[in-house]
Write a protein that binds this ligand. Structure first.
Ligand SMILES: *Cc1c(COP(=O)(O)O)cnc(C)c1O
Length: 447
């Protein structure tokens, strides 16, 4: 059977111009092992982007596999309204031990965008039910990414995804967010005082009173090209949110679970959000699950006699799926018992060192930035002016194709090449990834 041909007959792949598949047909993966993916011809691809940032501890991790196998023979799924099960309860107990202070009520959904939608609705309804029906807008940062359903897309600020849909999106209050590589205040992220926060202050003065919540990707704006900004920005946000009675929603879908070197990106700032969204690493990248976790205070605003109509009438069929919960419990156990984050942080130093050594000297590399094991290389036309490469050349895409030939799975964001590998990646695979990516960049840019 020609599996690629059969695929193209039926499947409309996510976030893809299907015409591109004429020259680059879908790669049919048969099995995975650690950071390796093997196609039906036995060719190996090193997955250094964690399969869209979700695979945390390697493919087919034996411990997670066993946890799911064990669960499946007792209960695969059950309605989550008025019913519950041990895996969901245990998962909450375990998360309570490590979450930022104050977060203690768990509302389950089945993908990242759904958790975002839930947070926005929850925040609006909280204000409505506590005497502030005028608080019905949301703030978000430029270049933000929060998913692609209508509400999540509305708070997002990456034109590639949202521009076309503007006529049907919510009217969001946009704050010009941090842009550390091209800082308009000529500061740098290691030493600045978040001079750019002034923009947020101006917006809060104007719109704070009609705003329910601001949503942010803490420290790392992933889809924007792995843009990194300092924790101080989050601290300042926490203060101003308190002042204006605006909820701070942390979209930790990509940054949670050790990706930034700590369990949650908010840990770097030492403050707590009012709602935190988790997904991706939550189940180790095994099962679609997400949680919006919030405070007692928000929870209490919904708690009353049924006929008062204050309940949060939001549900997803697969909320709290026991298989996903079992995977998620095992992930937390592995992180703890195998000291995964601590070890990853040690290897992250090596990774960042070899990336800088190899890439910084190239004339087309504007910046190498890193946080945790995430490393991004921004390609530019001119190092001095930081002028981007010509968008029409699709340089990142050419590099992507070249890397696939060589058995490396990159997925550049425009012309930003990045690595966001499973936390278990070892030095020899780091060497392979860096050498291969370097070869590809050189081949495409110096041909
Ligand atoms: C992936 C992602 C989402 C959306 O999650 P989906 O499961 O793809 O809907 C939202 N926010 C951030 C920061 C993400 O990285």
């Amino acid at each position: 059977m020609d599996w690629q041909k059969e695929d193209l007959k039926y499947i409309w792949h996510p976030c893809s111009q299907m015409k591109d598949y004429e020259t680059l047909p879908p790669i049919v993966i048969e099995h995975g092992d650690g950071i390796n993916l093997y196609d039906i011809d036995g060719k190996c691809y090193k997955d250094v982007i964690s399969s869209w940032w979700c695979n945390l501890l390697g493919h087919c991790n034996p411990r997670i596999n066993n946890a799911i196998k064990k669960q499946i023979d007792s209960l695969e799924h059950v309605i989550f309204a008025n019913f519950t099960h041990k895996p969901a309860i245990t998962l909450c107990q375990e998360l309570m031990k490590i979450l930022p202070k104050g977060l203690c009520k768990f509302n389950f959904a089945d993908n990242g965008s759904a958790a975002i939608e839930m947070s926005l609705k929850m925040s609006f309804q909280y204000h409505y039910q506590t005497g502030h029906p005028e608080k019905k807008r949301f703030m978000a940062l430029t270049d933000a990414y929060h998913g692609e359903t209508i509400g999540a897309l509305s708070v997002g600020g990456v034109d590639l995804y949202s521009e076309l849909y503007k006529p049907i999106l919510l009217d969001v209050v946009r704050i010009e967010g941090p842009d550390c590589y091209r800082c308009p205040y000529n500061q740098n992220r290691e030493s600045c005082n978040c001079e750019c926060f002034k923009k947020a202050e101006e917006v809060f003065v104007e719109y704070g009173n009609e705003t329910a919540a601001i949503i942010v990707e803490p420290l790392l704006q992933g889809s924007a090209g792995m843009k990194i900004y300092p924790p101080l920005y989050l601290k300042k946000l926490r203060e101003i949110c308190n002042k204006y009675n605006v909820h701070l929603i942390a979209d930790e879908i990509a940054t949670g679970y050790g990706r930034t070197g700590k369990m949650f990106a908010f840990n770097h700032a030492g403050v707590s959000p009012d709602i935190m969204c988790l997904s991706k690493g939550l189940t180790g990248g095994y099962m679609p699950m997400s949680i919006a976790i919030t405070t007692q205070e928000i929870y209490d605003a919904f708690y009353d006699d049924y006929l008062k109509g204050k309940a949060f009438m939001h549900s997803h069929t697969y909320a709290g799926n026991p298989l996903a919960c079992s995977a998620a419990i095992e992930v937390l156990k592995i992180l703890r018992e195998e000291n995964i984050i601590e070890k990853a942080n040690k290897r992250a130093k090596y990774f960042n060192k070899i990336i800088k050594e190899n890439f910084l000297q190239l004339e087309f590399v504007g910046e190498v930035r890193s946080i945790g094991l995430i490393n991004a290389i921004e390609l530019v036309k001119d190092k001095k002016t930081k002028e981007p490469l010509d968008y029409h050349k699709r340089t990142g895409y050419q590099i992507y194709k070249k890397a696939l030939e060589k058995g490396l799975l990159l997925r550049p964001l425009g012309d930003v090449i990045y690595f966001n590998p499973p936390l278990i990646i070892e030095e020899n695979d780091m060497d392979f990834a860096v050498n291969t990516a370097l070869e590809c960049v050189k081949t495409i840019l110096y041909h």
